[in-house]
Design a protein around this ligand. Sequence first.
Ligand SMILES: [Zn+2]
Length: 349
Amino acid sequence: MNSNKMRALVFNKHGGPEVLEHTEVGIPTPSPTDMLVKVHACALNHLDIFVREGIPGSHLSFPHISGGDISGVVVGVGTHVTEVQKGDRVLVDPRITCGKCSYCLIGESNRCKGKEHGNLGEEYWGGLAEYVIAPAKNAIKMPDHASFEEAAALPIAYATAWRMLITRAKLQPGESVLVLGASGGLGTAGVQIANLMGAEVYAATSTEEKMQLALERGAHHVINYAEEDFSRSIWDLTNKHGVDVVFEHVGKETWAGSIRSLANGGRMVTCGATTGYDAMTDIRYLFSREISILGSRGWQRQDLQQLSSVVWRGELTPIIDRVLPLENAIDGLLAMKNRDLTGKVIITP
Ligand SMILES: [Zn+2]
């Protein structure tokens, strides 16, 4: 192999898995504030499929490399880099922010309005390659004992769930939480984090097998919302009290039920709407129960830092379904597309 080249899974146009190609591309050169990371692990996300198929309104330049959840070792640094040095083991925060807009300046980086904001693997080349470049300020240094595979599992699913429950909903020990879509990547993270916080966890999912998995991962009660009206089940299970927090990302299909499931003073936190965004809100519940609806967008650096510390102290272990070499990354993407997974897929280039 030519020393200026790296193996990568690239695509040159939008489409299905057939547009993916294992090839060699030039190793990118870090700018003065960037680091070059040798990728040791890159987790797959549904986002990788959406980016490849084409997200309306986003314009990729080709060839493109997806994969936003990356950990590895710093092998090169730009001339102005002070945050890391060669040899450092790092978890890479995939969110690229401008660092100078009014939101970035007060630390609200996930609300960045700078035109360069985006994500590794989405607007920028990601980690389904031997190397990736990222701003050095995006590095979170990993302790020696920390696993690259576990670190790579964290940002997109676990940090999103962390921000929803801990930063936005301010979940307290002893409170009750309903986690919807509890067996998917995000929902699993929600169940684990809520359990870690000492909350009473109600998990809603759709099959017996998934209900069993949710129990194993920290849910105290499970509801099959393919078969029962989950807000009625919550009402019965909580003695007509409702839950303090609803972890919502399903959208239209569950929105009205989520609101009905809340106790007086309850908070619903949402980060997405996979079944549709034009849901109905019965406003009477908002004022009569003093309910709050909280939006949550991705995560900020401190969310990912808090989460990774918890993982590295051994208090939370991200669930990994399988670890595959880069050559088999397409198999991993297909398994994810077919929902044939019970945890993250990690690629090790
Ligand atoms: Zn900004």
